[in-house]
Design a protein around this ligand. Structure first.
Ligand SMILES: [Zn+2]
Length: 378
């Protein structure tokens, strides 16, 4: 099952690259699966885009609405005569949307405050973000008293998921909105502590439930196979609310993670990391494990992929097993393999996880690497 998922992920990536255009059905359009979220909500996928009207709920952005219905923000603005300057719109404003998928919009809930509630605990119960819930009820005087009513706007699918008593080890309800390079993270969940890795940037170690769960699964597989005695360094995923982070272009929606290339144990820490000083077999075990979970792409400099391949071959890994994992040796523009060349990825690798089944606003946007120096998401 897990290997199958990886293969499907790799396959759809290759397929998308070949077909490319907007006329083909993009896999992310069908990534929402209410049945996997403990929900009986319906998500419609009309054969042709269908015109609908969407009434704006408080704090909802144009980008979010675009993501929800699978349309581009540019088109959505054009269809409604909105310039790029228009940021927020008043609650209830109706937008014309040429929808390609139709999950239910957020709904208003009147919630009665219980003993011990906080803004963030209430938000979490509904799969909303604490910042938003506080803003829905602004201005609020004094404390949250049991028995008072407050307003919550919540996505019914996400609320069902959170209330599902889901058995996964990573808490439900952390979702990404928008594409990785222009989005937000709602209710972000921290990467848990664990054996075999450490967090280099704890303040930026938040992700979606799906991405963090898939990461934990990959790290477990990695540990079963690798004998590397030191910790892997997980560098940065997203900040707790996502959005722009340092000089990274992506990392905005809790699905991107940088991992430092592991240093050979006989190389002292003070020496600069060069290709000869990297433990490439450990890199192989890591990328191989990521291949088995829902990772869309691993960015790693093309020339360095040769070292990964050589180490795997030297360890007796059959070619057939290596081929779908690495782009090398097909050329740095080849649209094959989970690992893809991206300039600037020579001391770390960058993995992007897929959209989870309970994320109505997640936009996959599989980036196909551009020739060196054109685009360098880090
Ligand atoms: Zn990165």
């Amino acid at each position: 099952m897990t290997a199958l998922l990886g293969i499907i992920g790799g396959f759809s990536l290759a397929l998308l690259a070949q077909l490319g255009s907007a006329s083909t059905e993009r896999p992310w359009l069908r990534s929402i699966e209410p049945s996997r979220c403990g929900s009986d909500e319906l998500v419609e996928y009309p054969e042709r885009p269908r015109w609908i009207r969407h009434a704006i709920v408080p704090r909802e952005t144009i980008a979010q609405i675009a993501a929800r219905y699978g349309v581009s923000e540019l088109d959505l603005r054009a269809h409604n005569g909105l310039s790029a300057k228009t940021k927020g719109l008043r609650k209830g404003t109706r937008l014309r949307v040429k929808a390609r998928r139709m999950p239910a919009p957020r709904r208003h809930i009147e919630y009665v405050v219980q003993e011990g509630d906080s803004w963030s605990s209430i938000a979490r119960q509904h799969g909303a973000d604490g910042r938003d819930v506080q803003a829905y009820n602004w201005p609020w005087q004094g404390k949250l008293r049991p028995g008072t009513k407050i307003s919550v706007w919540a996505d019914p699918l996400v609320t069902d998921w959170v209330g599902d008593g889901d058995e996964s080890p990573v808490r439900a309800g952390a979702i990404g909105s928008g594409p990785p390079d222009a989005g937000r993270l709602f209710n972000g969940v921290a990467i848990p502590e664990g054996d075999g890795y450490r967090l280099g940037f704890p303040d930026a170690s938040y992700g979606t439930t799906h991405a963090v769960a898939e990461l934990v699964r990959a790290l477990t597989l990695y540990r079963e196979r690798s004998s590397y005695p030191a910790d892997l360094e997980l560098r940065g995923m997203s900040r707790i609310h996502g959005g722009p982070f340092g000089d990274h272009r992506s990392h905005q929606t809790g699905r991107d993670l940088d991992i430092s290339l592991p240093r050979r144990m006989d190389v002292p820490a003070w020496l600069p990391l060069t290709p000869r000083r990297v433990d490439w077999l450990t890199v192989w075990h890591l990328v191989r494990a990521l291949f088995e979970v829902d990772a869309n792409v691993v960015y790693l400099d093309y020339a360095l992929q040769k070292h990964v391949r050589d180490a795997a071959l030297a360890a007796g890994v059959p070619q057939d097993e290596i081929r779908p994992v690495l782009q090398y040796p097909r050329g740095r523009a080849a649209q094959r393999g989970l690992a893809r060349h991206m300039a600037g990825h020579d001391r770390h690798l960058h993995v992007r996880f897929g959209c989870g089944p309970c994320e109505p606003e997640c936009v996959e946007r599989i980036e196909i690497p551009l020739p060196a120096a054109v685009g360098t998401p880090r």
